[in-house]
Design a protein around this ligand. Structure first.
Ligand code: FAD
Length: 239
């Protein structure tokens, strides 16, 4: 930070659990955050798996700096020993936290790039003294630029899931089979999602919490139906 960058906000990319906690820590230190979120609300990625129950308790999911911001607002702290769903996490914690941060959070604002202001690829000198230029596209397609003293990338990995290949690259044939692969825990409350899996044999790859949640959901008997009607493999596949 230099004298010229000190008055600028620190841009946080993403209003997910990490970005909002980072913003709370910045506020605690007297540094002004500006959270830029591409979705229409806080926790936009978490909302996409609102139906899944977390394997962490509330006590593990509430950041101490965030709690300090929320406490004076009359926020009702959930029971720390219980396990929320993704939906609970957004409704009872992430959105109230974002609301407390007020206009320090901007929705519908996708960060498309961040670089040292005035320093293109050809200019190396004095980079550390320059603020960051952060380029965004808003929901209506307008492009804007912000100056920032620092940038925290909390954009997560939801839109870039790990590939099936064991070496971190897509497995051979994975791209060609893209229309038959999902990287999400299916939400079987949705009729089109149910139709996708009903009566078919489904391979679940992995052995983490999400793999077992998917197995449990897919193997659950249909209401009024007989047994494990979806024909799911009995065990997850390992690489
Ligand atoms: C099914 C499931 C269950 C899980 N259960 C647990 C659990 O029990 N315990 C646990 O600790 N973790 C769990 N996790 C992992 C946890 O959800 C993630 O670690 C956490 O959400 C990461 O937070 P984040 O803020 O880094 O990223 P995200 O939650 O992905 O949030 C990133 C945010 O950035 C926004 N964004 C992305 N790109 C841009 C851009 N270019 N410009 C502006 N905004 C952008 C997104 O819209 C999003 O709101 C689970 C994950 C899944 C999928």
């Amino acid at each position: 930070m230099t004298e010229s960058t000190a008055p600028l906000p620190t841009v946080v990319i993403g209003a997910g659990p990490v970005g909002l906690a980072a913003a709370a820590h910045l506020v605690e230190r007297g540094i002004e955050p500006l959270v830029l979120e591409s979705g229409p609300a806080a926790g936009a990625a978490v909302r996409e798996w609102a139906h899944v129950r977390l394997f962490s308790t509330w006590a593990e999911l509430i950041d101490p700096a965030a709690e300090k911001l929320l406490a004076p607002t009359g926020w009702n702290r959930p029971d720390g020993a219980t396990y929320p769903t993704g939906g609970d996490w957004t409704e009872r914690y992430l959105q109230p936290l974002a609301d407390t941060l007020g206009d320090r959070v901007r929705y519908g604002t996708t960060v498309t790039g961040a670089a040292r202001a005035g320093r293109d690829r050809m200019v190396d000198s004095g980079r550390d003294d320059q603020p960051f230029a952060v380029h965004v596209t808003t929901a209506d397609g307008t492009e804007e630029r912000f100056l920032a003293r620092a940038v925290i990338d909390a954009s997560g990995t939801w839109t870039t899931p790990g590939p099936l290949g064991g070496n971190g690259l897509p497995a051979l044939g994975e791209r060609q089979a893209a229309d038959r692969i999902s990287y999400r825990v299916p939400d079987l409350r949705e009729a089109p999602v149910r139709a996708r899996y009903a009566g078919k044999r489904t391979a679940v790859v992995g052995s983490g919490a999400s793999a077992f949640t998917a197995l449990a959901l897919l193997g659950r008997p249909r209401p009024g139906g007989a047994g494990h009607a979806r024909g799911v493999d009995p065990a997850p596949l390992h690489r």
